[in-house]
Write a protein that binds this ligand. Structure first.
Ligand SMILES: [Zn+2]
Length: 362
């Protein structure tokens, strides 16, 4: 069986935040707007005005920190206590995942409004949960994708460029993980094999990042919306999300989850971790020198971290690399979606090789 899932409505463009009322009214009258203190301060008044003008009565819920079981309990209690009829996530990946918990546990629609394009969470039915200390717990799954995703590209253009760059790291991995899943016969996130549609989306995602990545970074540095930025937001948010979910993930994501065990690496963005995980995956795949040099060159040009050293672990010890590799290769890991042999030893060696290659391309 092949399978794919979609978010029902995707809208992207400059100024969408001010139209959230008209675009969200079909989902209910009383949204629980899930955000963090930054999102509330930066966009709260605008979102409140856009929603109330359209006759909606928003309630705000603020959370900072991890999507922990405790945070999930709190957001669901807020939605229930305030009698909200849909959820709206306004923020980065963790806030969006938290807003999805309202759909997961109360069955209410969720409208996802990313304020950064740093990862592939928005369109996805996956909620990634962590302990309050940042260590990884695992995914939880909605039965369907978020109902709507609305991205205001003006907001993305004004966010720190680090977020857009991280999102490109997550987006770059989609195609390579898809090819591994296809070759190994792995299942995607809908318990099916990848459709040709999803494979095409993943490949388009990669091509858009390579073609428009550098120019989009320049656009955000100038806080400007242009066509390059629009393409990269579509790649980072829509294509990367539909692509990873419809094809499956493999080494890049599995390796990046191991980073959460190293305290020095805490606080990095998901896409930054996946970017380095992807390089380890490509070494495991046995990619040749020219291919690796081309990838490292692109990473350097757009400013993606290309090693654990770049992520903040200056001289990783063999023991640290083994810890990461062992977690990546734990039983039932997505690592086993790879179509090449994987083991703790091979993964540890691949991580060490990435450090060497990165040092050589500085
Ligand atoms: Zn991801």
């Amino acid at each position: 069986m092949i399978a794919i899932g979609f978010t029902q409505i995707y809208r992207q463009g400059a100024g969408l935040l001010d139209r959230l009322g008209e675009t969200s009214a079909m989902f209910g009258r009383k949204p629980l707007v899930v955000t963090d203190s930054f999102g509330r301060a930066a966009f709260g008044a605008r979102v409140d005005a856009a929603l109330t003008t359209a006759g909606l009565s928003p309630e705000f819920f603020e959370h900072s920190g991890e999507v922990s079981p405790q945070a999930i309990e709190a957001v669901v209690a807020a939605a229930r206590d305030k009698a909200c009829d849909f959820a709206m996530g306004l923020g980065g990946g963790k806030i969006l995942d938290l807003s999805k918990a309202v759909k997961l546990l109360l069955g209410l629609p969720v409208v996802v409004v990313p304020t950064v394009a740093s990862n592939d969470a928005p369109t996805s039915r996956v909620i990634v949960t962590y302990n309050p200390d940042g260590t990884f717990i695992g995914p939880r799954f909605l039965d369907r994708n978020p109902d709507a995703v609305f991205v205001d590209t003006e907001v993305i253009a004004k966010a720190p460029v680090r977020f857009l760059i991280a999102g490109m790291g997550d987006a770059l991995a989609t195609h390579f993980e898809a090819r591994q899943c296809l070759a190994s016969g792995a299942q995607n996130f809908f318990a099916g094999r990848p459709t040709q549609t999803a494979l095409a989306l993943a490949e388009l995602c990669y091509n858009l990042v390579r073609r428009h990545g550098e120019a989009a970074v320049q656009a955000v540095r100038a806080q400007m919306v242009n066509d390059d930025l629009e393409r990269i937001v579509e790649a980072n948010v829509l294509l990367s999300g539909l692509g990873f979910e419809g094809c499956g993930v493999a080494g890049a994501h599995a390796v990046s989850q191991g980073f959460t065990l190293i305290p020095e690496l805490h606080g990095r963005l998901h896409g930054e971790e996946v970017a380095v995980g992807l390089l380890a995956q490509l070494v495991l795949e046995g990619r040749d020198q020219a291919f690796m040099a081309d990838m490292f060159g692109f990473y350097r040009r757009v400013g993606l971290p290309a090693s654990l050293a770049d992520l903040g672990l200056a001289k990783p010890t063999p023991a640290q690399l083994e810890t990461i590799a062992a977690f990546a290769c734990r039983p039932k890991s997505r690592m086993y979606n790879m179509a090449v042999p994987v083991s703790v030893e091979r993964t540890q060696a691949a991580l060490a090789r990435v450090e060497e290659l990165a040092a050589a391309t500085l």
